[in-house]
Design a protein. Structure first.
Length: 516
């Protein structure tokens, strides 16, 4: 059965999430294989072509970045995972190692999908630093024009890489963990080596990561979406969606609406925006990548393809004609998120391994596959991991802070409760405090008596509290200082115990050990 429940991120250092358990993945993959082997003839033919092309393209690209592919697979299974080529954390990285373990155990072909057609964002490495307070430092690798995909961002220059290396090493030097600097320097050596041939930042990051992984002896394939999107199988898939744009849009939006209703999601942009329609032009679940960046595409009633309000291709009336038009115009169409995983799960993989985030949104993809193609969605696995940096930080919890906050509140409203915990400077101050406590107790008892002036007694109780608070002021100030210290320590704990720092601060052999 597909994994539909919300998956909880592992909390403890070294904990690995596999859902279902890894031992069940092979049976899951084989069940998917049998089910997908029974697809209708046209879909089955597309799947056969897509699987063949994925393997060939993955081997070719992997060799081009210095990865020696695994020997020919011993089985016909394909296991996949994927992510954007950025500074992701070990919870994402562990999926690659699990794909490697699965391939080793079953003889399957393992593929990591490099989602280089997504918007590149900041390309920033985040690390804790003490300068002098504990905080998160963010250091960008290079400048990125907004809206451009990873594959459209040029590799940083030698000078940019040098500035990046020195800035990160400077931040790491403030931490009591010299191993982090060694790991990062090794990764930067890989960046410099990869930069000799990598023309874009996606290839640079992918090649550098695979150099960094060499001590763990990984040989799964890398397959960029931008490469797969040029394949005949993907262009046939994209063309079929373009020529049936309105029906696909209706199914797509209906499944999103159902998901939002089930999960109580109010934002129309979550998990992804609906596909729109303006007059007779229907938005498609595809991007066009060209010299101007990345833009959404739409199709009108005459099957003309639009991007940025201009016609970029006349698709014709058949899938073959549309494929020919895309090839003739040299257009690179890449799938949006749901179409991306739909293509991999239905037409390429026998088992797709999601992270906890992808597992949530792909519940929508399950519905689209069922409603649009009329077949059951293949099951997927979910994996993640938590690794913490070895910084030896004492953990300060919210509970500790709350305890002191409550103590301070009681001090301010019921100072008489703390008389036994205070050392006064003079006997006179102690005697006065005891007198005020006795007076307050008598007033509290008297206020319940019938016929008394409760307003006057209440004022006298507040006055007694005020005088007691003045006597206990040094204790109050000490408690406030303790609260400030604990809040700062808690904030530092959040920084130091963050699980989302980048993979290049960790030893790949440690990750591999966790999944064996």
């Amino acid at each position: 059965m597909p994994v539909h429940g919300r998956q909880k991120v592992p909390e403890g250092h070294g904990e690995v999430l596999c859902s279902p358990p890894f031992e069940e993945w092979e049976a899951l993959a084989r069940a998917n294989s049998v089910m997908l082997g029974a697809l209708p003839e046209a879909l089955g033919a597309l799947r056969a072509q897509a699987r063949l092309e994925a393997g060939e393209a993955g081997r070719s690209y992997s060799r081009s970045i210095g990865v020696t592919p695994a020997p020919a697979p011993r089985s016909d299974l394909i296991v996949m995972t994927g992510h954007q080529p950025d500074f992701y954390h070990p919870g994402v990285w562990v999926k690659d190692f699990l794909v490697q373990r699965f391939a080793d155990a079953t003889g399957a072909l393992g593929i990591d999908l490099v989602v280089d057609t997504d918007a590149a964002g900041d390309l920033e490495l985040r690390t804790p630093c003490f300068e002098p307070e504990v905080r998160v430092c963010g250091i960008p690798l290079c400048d990125v024009d907004p809206g451009r995909a990873y594959v459209q961002v040029a590799s940083p220059s030698k000078e940019q890489r040098s500035v990046f290396r020195e800035a990160v090493l400077s931040a790491l030097s403030t931490l009591p963990a010299p191993a982090l600097s060694r790991h990062f320097a090794t990764f930067c050596d890989g960046l410099d080596a990869a930069a000799q041939t990598a023309g874009d930042v996606a290839t640079l990051m992918t090649a550098a990561r695979r150099v960094y992984e060499r001590p763990a002896a990984t040989d799964y394939l890398e397959l960029p979406v931008s490469v797969q999107a040029r394949s005949r199988a993907f262009r046939r898939f994209a063309s079929s969606l373009l020529l049936d744009a309105e029906r696909f849009r209706e199914v797509y939006n209906a499944e999103l609406a159902s998901y939002r209703l089930r999960t109580g999601t109010r934002s129309a942009a979550q998990p992804v925006p609906d596909l729109g329609r303006v007059d007779d032009r229907v938005e498609c679940a595809l991007w066009l990548l060209d010299d101007q960046g990345r833009s959404s595409v739409s199709v009108d009633a005459r099957n003309r393809l639009y991007a940025r309000d201009r016609v970029v291709a006349d698709l014709g009336d058949t899938v073959d004609a549309a494929v020919a038009a895309l090839e003739h115009e040299g257009l690179l169409l890449a799938p949006k998120a749901l179409a991306l995983t739909l293509f991999q799960r239905l037409f390429v993989a026998d088992l797709f391994v999601h992270g906890t985030g992808g597992a949530r949104y792909d519940r929508v993809t399950d519905g689209i596959i069922g409603a649009y193609y009329g077949c059951s969605a293949p099951a997927y696995a979910v994996a993640s991991m938590t690794l913490l940096l070895p910084l030896g930080a004492r953990v300060t919890s919210d509970e500790e802070v709350t305890t002191i906050e409550q103590r301070l509140s009681r001090l301010e409203h019921n100072p008489d409760e703390f008389l036994g915990e205070v050392e006064f400077d003079t006997p006179g101050e102690h005697d006065e405090a005891e007198r005020l406590v006795r007076e307050k107790a008598a007033l509290v008892a008297a206020i319940e008596s019938p016929g008394v002036d409760r307003k006057a007694l209440g004022a006298r109780i507040r006055r007694a509290n005020t005088e007691l608070a003045a006597l206990l002021e040094p204790f109050v100030l000490e408690t406030r200082a303790e609260l400030r210290r604990l809040r700062a320590a808690r904030d530092s704990t959040e920084v130091l115990q963050d699980r989302s720092y980048p993979f290049c601060l960790y030893d790949p052999r440690e990750v591999m050990d966790k999944v064996r």
